[in-house]
Design a protein around this ligand. Structure first.
Ligand SMILES: Cc1ncc(COP(=O)(O)O)c(C=O)c1O
Length: 429
């Protein structure tokens, strides 16, 4: 196809999306797309910028930052400009990994520098991180003579939805587990934030433990200070690996570049899973990091995917990581997090419906008392007013706004939160 024809057709494609009515969008989604998600909002999002999502009639504050994929806000200009130039340069967007790619080289160096690990294994999106980490841990374990490697995981964890990983869902999460068995062998569940439970679960086949340094989907559960460091110490002493899944907590979300860093260098894991904001929300990018002593176990042919680390993903991620540094995102999360924390505590004091506010940096969970409407009710109320906060495990509302949101924008949402939690209706139900 020549460029002129492509330009005309592209315009038509863009116009088609822009002109699709809300009614038709919903009808097409309903008739052609698997219904594995239910809709909270019924207004199609046509545009997004910073913390804002624009529908035909209004703007909505994205209080979950697309599940922390948009820590940099939507459409960060540095990523957008880099991406435009990348496309104009006619660099290949995808390439067999048997060809050297400068973008993967640059992304690889940057992600290693920012995390402090020696090697990076690229992947597509979040769940491929835990999946690869478990494979690496098993391979390592076999080399140690642990012939039936066992992976420990925590209750209330969330690591994604492949078959291997989805089995780790809490039993309460019926929809996620129901009817998908039989499950892969070699996994054992233990209580989160309980070192004794880990010790009790150990045996000669324990290969690794996988944990989120703060549980996101599980309800913003923050472990006791020292838990992560103690896990690493135990792993060293008992010869098992520690995997931290920072797909959600990474890239400044909790007020450090990674949540384990709150506990100092001794809390550095053997394998780190990354995803979400590594691409600034522009593409599904993820992967794992480890030192060479472990990563060398992934030799040619042992693991990989067509798009993992492809040039366009690598270019996007390289730009996003540059933006995370240039924005001073860690410092922003610390400063703004402090302010949001104070305000949420004030709101909690005024509302009998809030049992507890917990979190770190810019990652907050508002736990409700169970004597009134649940989290979904408050999500719906907040959406009516112009903000998205999403419920999890029925009684916790997650608030993880884009870290670049200004103080004024955050105050706007905090006022809405105050409004729904102190309105008479919040108590009357
Ligand atoms: C801690 C954690 N790990 C893994 C995943 C899976 O990421 P994705 O949905 O991009 O596959 C998520 C998603 O929310 C997550 O929170």
């Amino acid at each position: 196809m020549d460029n002129e024809t492509a330009r005309k057709l592209a315009k038509r494609i863009i116009d088609e999306a822009a002109q699709l009515s809300a009614k038709d969008t919903l009808a097409l989604l309903d008739s052609h797309v698997a219904r594995n998600y239910s809709l909270l909002c019924h207004e199609p999002v046509l545009r997004a910028e910073g913390p804002w999502l624009y529908t035909k009639d209004r703007r909505i504050f994205d209080g979950v930052a697309a599940y922390s994929a948009a820590n940099l806000g939507h459409g960060h200009p540095l990523v957008r400009e880099t991406l435009k130039a990348f496309l104009d340069s006619h660099a290949p967007t995808v390439l067999g990994r048997f060809m050297p790619d400068p973008w993967l080289a640059l992304f690889g160096r940057k992600v290693c520098e920012m995390t402090g690990f020696e090697r990076f294994l690229p992947a597509n999106g979040g769940v491929e991180g835990p999946e690869a980490a478990i494979k690496l841990a098993r391979r390592w374990a076999h080399k140690q003579g642990k012939n039936k490697p066992e992976i420990l995981y925590a209750n209330r964890c969330f690591h994604g939805r492949t078959l291997t990983v989805t089995q780790m869902f809490d039993l309460e999460e019926h929809a996620a587990r129901d009817g998908f068995g039989p499950w892969p062998e070699g996994f054992k569940r233990i209580a989160y934030n309980d070192l004794r439970a880990v010790k009790d679960a150990l045996n000669q086949n324990t290969a690794a433990i996988i944990v989120e340094p703060i549980q996101g989907e599980g309800g913003i559960n923050v472990p006791d200070e020292g838990y992560l460091r103690a896990l690493i110490e135990l792993g060293r002493a008992e010869k098992f690996l520690v995997i931290f899944d920072e797909v959600q907590t990474g890239w400044a979300r909790t007020g450090e570049m990674f949540a384990w860093m709150h506990e100092g260098p001794e809390a550095r894991p053997d394998i780190l899973c990354i995803g979400k904001s590594v691409s600034g929300g522009y593409a599904p990018v993820g992967g794992i990091l480890a030192d060479q002593r472990l990563m060398q176990l992934f030799g040619p042919g042992s693991h990989g995917s067509t798009f993992g680390g492809c040039p366009i993903s690598s270019c996007i991620a390289y730009a996003a990581l540059t933006a995370i540094e240039a924005e001073g995102l860690v410092q922003q999360a610390q400063e703004k997090g402090e302010h949001v924390w104070q305000r949420l505590q004030e709101i909690a004091e005024q509302s009998p419906r809030i049992k507890e506010v917990r979190g770190k940096g810019m990652m907050f969970g508002i736990e409700l008392t169970q004597d009134g409407p649940d989290g979904h009710h408050f999500s719906v109320e907040l959406l009516k007013l112009g903000a998205i906060l999403k419920d999890t495990h029925k009684w916790v509302l997650r608030f993880t706004p884009p870290i670049v949101a200004t103080r004024q924008e955050l105050d706007f949402v905090l006022e809405l939160i105050e409004q729904v939690f102190t309105a008479k209706t919040a108590d009357a139900h």
